[in-house]
Ligand binder design. Structure first.
Ligand code: G6P
Length: 616
């Protein structure tokens, strides 16, 4: 949540402001209600900030024309105070010499703010962040240098932060610090140092990266940096690593075709990402599956779309001979589990690996109860990977659209691979059968490719539901995860009120709202749930509901009683049916995208949302 990008360079031939603005645009998926830049300019701070999106704010080059030698920018997702210029970052101290950007939440800011105000500081925003520069100002006045002032300040702040600080009286360096909010450093040796919330912030500029750990402070000089532990002030050693992300991720072009939105481009990447996932390194799978089998209790946790991937995975793992797995939303885990029994495993699923609630749940389980953490995560080197005992990296690559889609598909595929590995380790299935399931999982890539080829019918359906006020998404068994994901996507990018239920529950309340034309989307693969769900479809239809069903392409019965059918091209055998979670979800994600686009919304940056939710 909130994107940060800063740089300090020896080069005199660069437009620092423009480079920072471009970096911020790459971070905009983290938050986009306001933006600002502060540059150190010959002993003074040059500051510009405004509500709105970066492209609008910079329409006449407002940011790009800022003079200055180095500095930092911020794109905000408001928490404390509405998205107005005053609450936008960077924030300053009373002297106007210190500028700071922050991602995270300072939990004790009210107390700190009160004390600062009593001591005569003038705080002009409603944010938690603003206490930072004023505290730094106080430590600077005691004679401490900028780095030590930042260290003393972060010791006073409870909560989560990734901060970048520039001091107009320090033309040599800037200082960054982190705790529980991401902050990465990029280096072009002996020339330029960058800092950002995510690696893509500096990806077009350098591939040399350093990840700052919690409770560390770094001093960034042009082309080099020094890292220190907050606790004892000692220097920390850190290797530079080379990032191997493809640059294509930052563009809307795929196979020579330019897409209007990242979401559309990224959904067209799904088939190849599934293939990569199925071919992932086996040794990671082995350890992961073995850890699950060795445990007495297994839990799975995540947030948002990742949670629905987790629920699909939980069904798969149990079905293929694994233990029963309890699914708990990460934001609920601490309250739902006051104690966790010994020898437990917690599976955590996350695209970013930085979702604050997921990290909190994982740390709670690990640090208080010694729970083993198995994570399925898309971002290499993210916080989640560092708290985990076993990690499966998903092969989605950088995902720019805020609402996760290709990452979801790889998460489900990865968890299906874990399920099959468990079947192998427990001898639940013969080698021959496992091979057939694996090949069926690989075939889902082809099924997705076929679905993506036939966008027209989904576009037509999108036009039919675009102005409906409410929709239900109903399914049974493993497909309930698809119902929840389909409902979430339509809600979050097309702003239609949707609800998802296990279809059996529909008669315990939801049915009361059914009237003529009320759309009910049923996800009905030809698995063991099929006979029962026909009854649920009829219950809704006989009360006037508009039935939209997602069926196998050879389906006869449910399509006959539906007003609209979405046909999923899968083979008619148990292997294909068991592995087809993604092909049954993809059309629902596409439907949401087409509704959003048809209604003129920005599907990549839905209002009020952010991709990486680093606040609790
Ligand atoms: C946000 C994103 C979702 C994502 C969720 C969890 O809400 O918009 O797409 O599923 O966070 O994020 P994670 O990075 O943990 O998967």
């Amino acid at each position: 949540m909130c994107g940060i990008f800063g740089l300090i360079s020896k080069r005199k031939d660069i437009n620092v402001a423009q480079l920072i603005r471009e970096g911020l645009e790459r971070m905009e998926y983290r938050g986009y209600d306001s933006a600002g830049i502060a540059l150190v300019n010959n002993g003074k701070i040059e500051l510009r900030k405004k509500a709105g999106r970066i492209a609008d704010i910079n329409a006449d080059g407002w940011f790009d024309k800022m003079p200055g030698q180095f500095g930092v920018g911020h794109t905000r997702w408001a928490t404390h105070g509405p998205p107005i210029a005053n609450n936008s970052h960077p924030h300053m101290d009373c002297t106007g010499k210190i500028a700071l950007v922050h991602n995270g939440i300072i939990e004790n800011y009210q107390d700190l703010r009160r004390k600062l105000t009593e001591r005569g500081h003038k705080l002009v925003s409603e944010t938690d962040t603003e206490v930072f520069p004023h505290l730094i100002e106080e430590f600077r006045k005691t004679g401490l240098d900028l780095k030590d002032s930042v260290i003393e300040t972060v010791k006073l702040c409870k909560g989560a932060y990734g901060v970048v600080v520039c001091d107009a009286d320090n033309p040599e360096y800037m200082v960054v610090a982190r705790k529980e909010s991401p902050l990465v450093i990029g280096i072009t040796e002996d020339e330029t140092t960058y800092c950002g919330s995510d690696i893509p912030a500096f990806l077009p500029l350098t591939r040399n990266a350093i990840i700052l750990d919690d409770n560390e402070v770094a001093v960034l000089y042009p082309g080099k940096c020094e890292i220190f532990h907050v606790d004892d002030g000692e220097k920390a050693k850190r290797e530079i690593f080379t990032v191997d992300y493809s640059m294509d991720a930052a563009q809307k072009v795929l196979d020579g075709k330019e897409y209007k939105w990242f979401m559309h481009k990224e959904m067209h990447e799904i088939p190849r990402k599934i293939i990569d996932q199925v071919r992932m390194p086996q040794e990671h799978l082995d350890e992961f599956a073995q850890a699950i089998l060795n445990a007495d209790h297994v839990f799975i946790t995540a947030a948002g779309t990742a949670y629905y991937a987790a629920i699909a995975g939980k069904y798969q793992i149990t079905k293929f001979g694994g233990p029963y797995i309890q699914g708990i939303l990460c934001s609920e885990l601490v309250d739902a589990l006051p104690t966790i029994p010994p020898n437990s495993v917690l599976i955590a699923v996350s695209q970013s690996g930085e979702t604050a609630d997921t990290i909190e749940a994982v740390r709670y389980a690990k640090e208080q109860f010694g729970v083993k953490i198995c994570s399925v995560v898309n971002v290499v080197g993210s916080s989640l990977t560092r708290y985990s005992d076993h990690v499966i990296i998903t092969t989605a690559g950088p995902e720019i659209a805020v609402a996760s889609q290709k990452a979801y598909c790889t998460q489900v595929t990865a968890l299906s691979m874990v399920a099959l590995k468990i079947a192998t380790l427990t001898n639940t299935l013969t080698t021959d059968e496992i091979e057939k399931y694996e090949s069926a999982l690989l075939d889902t890539a082809e099924a997705c490719a076929l679905i993506l080829k036939d966008e027209k019918s989904l576009i037509n359906l999108a036009h039919k539901i675009a102005y409906k006020s409410n929709l239900y998404f109903l399914a049974r068994g493993i497909s309930t995860s698809a119902a929840f994901e389909g409902a979430l996507k339509l809600k979050e990018i097309a702003y239609i009120h949707t609800e998802a239920y296990a279809a059996g529950e529909s008669k315990h309340g939801p049915i009361a709202l059914i009237e003529e034309g009320f759309p009910c989307v049923f996800i009905t693969p030809p698995d063991q749930t099929y006979p029962k769900i026909i009854g649920n479809v009829m219950e809704m239809k006989s009360r006037g509901a508009m039935i939209i069903s997602v069926v196998a392409d050879y389906d006869v019965n449910i399509s006959e009683i539906s007003h609209h059918t979405i046909r999923v091209p899968i083979k008619n055998n148990k292997y294909a049916i068991a592995m087809s979670i993604v092909p049954f979800v993809l059309p629902l994600q596409m439907l949401a995208y087409f509704v959003s686009d048809y209604k003129g919304f920005d599907p990549d940056k839905p209002k009020n949302l952010a991709k990486s939710v680093t606040v609790k």
